[in-house]
Write a protein of this length. Structure first.
Length: 282
């Protein structure tokens, strides 16, 4: 399993990193459209819409991304779209986590499927627009999510259950603890301070997400980083909930050793559009 994970990670990095730093944004955008389409196919399987509709969902998601680029939304997305994406994630995430695994099955299957496809397309649009702002900006959002995940894992392993007697969401993801969530938030703040210091030292013309937020003062910075950290956890919990509802351990086996695409990007799905929402509206 470890060997598979390492090989898969190396292959993905070998594809994505050169595309990310290429002079043209097209290689990265094409690769990410393929990944999002794969995630859409997995989403259809998780919601048991059948093989044909799973493939049609992947095609629809890819075409939606291409159409968004053609109409110029990658360069200039209507700000109201980010408010819509943010409201959907906050309200839907809160509802799903509160209702639990059994509540998800109460939704009509087609509505569940189409909602997921829309959120996947919005996540790709946010990713593409973040790249338009610059690699430094995009990487800062990605690293925010990875820092929250890594610090949560180690804090959860080291301190889980020591300070809080109840788990975060035992019926959805029994391994997650409040200690892990708080540790993830600590990690995000540490990364934010380090990234802003790095930006200042090299006088970057392309500000990071952290720099743009901190320019607005502490009264914006602290709530924004806490919010982003919390929503990365929500993305993880939402995908875990859907998998439990479907009776599946992984979203697919597309990435040997890692599960599926959704298993790797679940925390990014809400945080990418929410990062754009915060930057555009704040």
């Amino acid at each position: 399993m470890l060997k598979q994970r390492v090989i898969t990670a190396v292959v993905l990095l070998a594809l994505l990193l050169p595309a990310l730093f290429a002079v043209s944004p097209w290689p990265f955008m094409v690769l990410t459209v393929v990944l999002i389409a794969a995630g859409a196919w997995e989403w259809g399987r998780l919601n048991d819409v059948g093989s044909l509709r799973s493939w049609l969902g992947a095609l629809w998601c890819a075409l939606a991304c291409i159409l968004a680029q053609q109409v110029g939304w990658v360069r200039d997305t209507p700000p109201v779209l980010w408010l819509l994406a943010g409201a959907m994630w906050v309200l839907l995430g809160a509802w799903m986590i509160q209702r639990g695994v059994s509540g998800w099955a109460l939704w009509p299957r087609t509505l569940r499927w189409m909602t997921g496809l829309l959120l996947l397309a919005l996540a790709w649009l946010a990713l593409a627009q973040a790249l338009q702002k610059g690699v430094n900006f995009l990487l800062s959002v990605l690293v925010l999510v990875w820092a929250a995940d890594v610090f949560a894992y180690f804090f959860g392993r080291s301190f889980g259950g020591r300070f809080f007697s109840i788990k975060l969401a035992p019926s959805i993801s029994p391994g997650k603890s409040w200690e892990g969530v708080l540790g993830g938030m600590v990690g995000v703040f540490l990364v934010a301070f380090a990234w802003v210091a790095f930006d200042q030292n090299r006088a970057s013309d392309i500000p990071s997400f952290f720099t743009l937020i901190m320019e607005k003062g502490w009264w914006v910075t602290v709530p924004a980083l806490l919010f982003m950290s919390a929503m990365s956890v929500v993305g993880d919990l939402v995908e875990s909930l859907v998998k439990r509802s479907a009776g599946m351990k992984d979203s697919s086996g597309l990435l040997p050793g890692h599960g599926g695409v959704l298993d790797r990007v679940d925390a990014l799905l809400p945080t990418l559009p929410l990062a754009m929402m915060l930057v555009v509206w704040i």
